[in-house]
Design a protein around this ligand. Structure first.
Ligand code: PLP
Length: 392
């Protein structure tokens, strides 16, 4: 048997598998006591107008294989959304509907790199960038994001001097840190990508996740000059619309050659995204009832975010994030984030995500989500208060 060598260099199991492994040592009863603020899966319901649109689609006709780029109505709705939301002009033909951002992100390097090339990852980062690079035999330059550089790390010399940079993975608003980009920063990234003839994969999965309905600081990379030649933007319906189970995303590529290549790959990789999910996504972007349901959900998330923010601050763990993402990002009580996670789980029965699961730059930090009711988040804070004396 010949096994992908990525398994040898890939030294961490998938982040959420890691959390499962930690929980494995718990009895059934102990597990039932755990408050998990670990995984980023929205708990508030999918707006009913989205569900109704999906059901209608299901009941009214037979569907064969969908077309691989997605329905024209959905791509038109996306073009209108880009105009309304980002003041970016697009053509519906520039979008490809995908089966979830995770799948798109994992697969894009298959088209835009070759084994032995390098990628740049702004670290800490959503683990899929690293995993995809590893399985494709790509070398990784991590750019170290810190609170001091506001998680907008400078390009390092080794990255600048590397002649084989193929891809830069960039995500703002950022999971896990909640950091946002500035146009000046992304402009530097674009200039660098152009100088290397590399591709930027810009992940905006959280651009519309706004706890408390505060205006989002997320923006499209295509609002900046030069992006048209080198950027790919990935968006997802998962988080703002509570559609993680429906598996639907979009990939926006303005460069015709790049888009043609991605379309060709997609037409071999899969057979498009289900018509039901696409009907739901059209409702998500066009139905006014969805807009008000999302605003209501964001109000709820805002209240939760305030509880988590002030609770962690009281514990001396003042977090960043929470205004542009559903995540609080804060220093772990002990330098080793996995040890801290296990310690807190054992003594407080609260589960956070260890920062090390997001790459070397995440070590020393923990991530908490707001995907639990207010009372549960408050209870997590109370439990944490009880163990404070043991956290030093
Ligand atoms: N991008 C980021 C930064 C994420 O955090 C996630 C999920 O947590 C995704 C993409 C995946 O989105 P999807 O549900 O569309 O696969």
């Amino acid at each position: 048997m010949r096994i992908n060598q990525g398994f040898e260099t890939w030294n961490h199991p998938y982040l959420f598998q890691q959390l499962e492994d930690i929980l494995k040592n718990f009895s059934e009863e102990e597990r039932s006591e755990v408050i998990s603020l670990g995984i980023g899966d929205p708990d508030l319901p999918t707006p009913s107008a989205i569900r109704a649109a999906m059901s209608r689609e299901h009941l009214t006709s037979y569907h064969g294989y969908p077309c691989v780029e997605g329905r024209i109505e959905l791509r038109t709705a996306l073009a209108e959304y880009y105009d309304r939301r980002f003041s970016v002009q697009t053509d519906p033909a520039e979008f490809l509907i995908g089966p979830g951002a995770k799948t798109d992100l994992f697969d894009l390097p298959a088209v835009f790199s070759n084994p032995g090339d390098s990628v740049i990852i702004l670290d800490p980062a959503y683990p899929v960038y690293c995993d995809s690079a590893t399985f494709r035999g790509l070398r990784i330059h991590f750019l170290n994001g810190t609170p001091q550089n506001e998680y907008r790390p400078a390009l390092t010399d080794p990255a600048r001097q590397d002649p084989s940079i193929a891809i830069l993975f960039v995500c703002y608003p950022n999971n896990p840190t909640g950091a946002v980009a500035t146009p000046e920063y992304l402009q530097q990234i674009i200039a660098f990508a152009l100088s290397k003839q590399a591709v930027i994969i810009h992940d905006i999965a959280y651009a519309d996740f706004t706890p408390g309905n505060t205006p989002s600081s997320g923006f499209s990379i295509f609002s900046l000059p030069g992006a048209e030649e080198c950027a790919i933007e990935i968006g997802s319906f998962s988080k703002p619309f509570s559609m993680t189970g429906d598996r639907i995303s979009w990939v926006l590529i303005k460069n015709t050659r790049m888009r043609t290549l991605w379309r060709r790959y997609r037409s071999n990789r899969d057979s498009g995204v289900s018509e039901f999910d696409q009907a739901g996504a059209i409702a998500a972007l066009t139905d006014p009832d969805v807009l008000s349901a999302v605003r209501e959900n964001m109000e709820t998330y805002g209240r939760r975010a305030r509880i988590l923010q002030s609770g962690l601050a009281k514990l001396g763990l003042a977090p960043s994030g929470l205004s542009n993402t559903p995540y609080a990002w804060f220093k772990s009580p002990f330098p080793d984030s996995r040890f801290s996670t296990e310690f807190i789980l054992k003594h407080a029965r609260v589960l956070f995500t260890p920062g090390s699961g997001f790459g070397p730059g995440g070590e020393g930090f923990l991530r908490a989500t707001i995907f639990k009711p207010e009372s549960v988040i408050s209870e997590a804070i109370v439990r944490m208060e009880r163990i404070v004396p043991r956290l030093t």
